[in-house]
Design a protein around this ligand. Sequence first.
Ligand code: COA
Length: 259
Amino acid sequence: MADQVVVIDIAGRIATITINRPDKLNALNAQVRQDFVDALEDLGRDDTVRVVIVTGAGDKAFVAGADIKEFAGRGGYEQFRVTKGFGIFEAPERCPKPVLAAVNGFALGGGCELALACDIRIASDRAKLGQPEINLGILPGGGGTQRLPRLVGLGTAYKLLYTGELIGADEALRIGLVDEVVPHDALMPRVRELADQIAEKSPAALQFIKEAVRASVRMPLDEGVRLETTLFGLAFSTRDKEEGVQAFLEKRKADFKGS
Ligand code: COA
């Protein structure tokens, strides 16, 4: 396991993907990117898995960014080939299941962008987040200029992107960059608790919700509402909908199967 840069652990309905280069603060090199995308694709297809958690190995970092070593001497076309197409920053969105980021330390550059690409971000009170690319004379290349302003607003995004300043977890919570902050040692228990809560819901309905919410940042309102209406209708074709309605009427807990 120590030589795997991406470790997958499946416990019941919850899968945890751990980026495992703690001595390099889990920086994203080519191998991590490939293995992460493969892992999330596999988990997306695994019907036993209902929720995915993404975190970093060790006590210090979620992900401290792209591996800066790989940048040295690299030309423009080579970098274009590395980042073009669907990659690590699109994988959480493409995954049909909820993907939660457990931000256990530094989430910088590509690490912040990876957290941004996940559905929900829960941070340790020791986390530090930011987009320090400006200090390298470059800009974010993993969606940071697009997803960050959508979450925190233009002015706050510009401030973080122009200055490269790192912020603590509480400030990240205040600006909406993370959704919850918990004491460091409580991070994984809290994220698993949230994952368990979500895993009890209908996987079909969760998938429809993800599809619709993702569309909300891409589509004009009327098209998004139309998509929601379509998915709402589609939800009525699932057994889970019948189970949910019957369970309510019979005053019992629903047992959703994902069909
Ligand atoms: N790429 C490659 N290696 C990285 C890295 C990155 N993004 N971030 C950290 N590392 C490596 C360091 O080079 C060091 O390796 P070494 O022991 O072989 O020298 C190791 O991880 C530990 O990092 P170190 O800098 O010694 O830890 P620190 O606690 O003093 O500082 C940071 C932590 C996060 C402030 C600092 O590592 C940093 O600024 N990293 C780069 C962040 C960044 O700019 N990310 C955006 C990239 S586009």
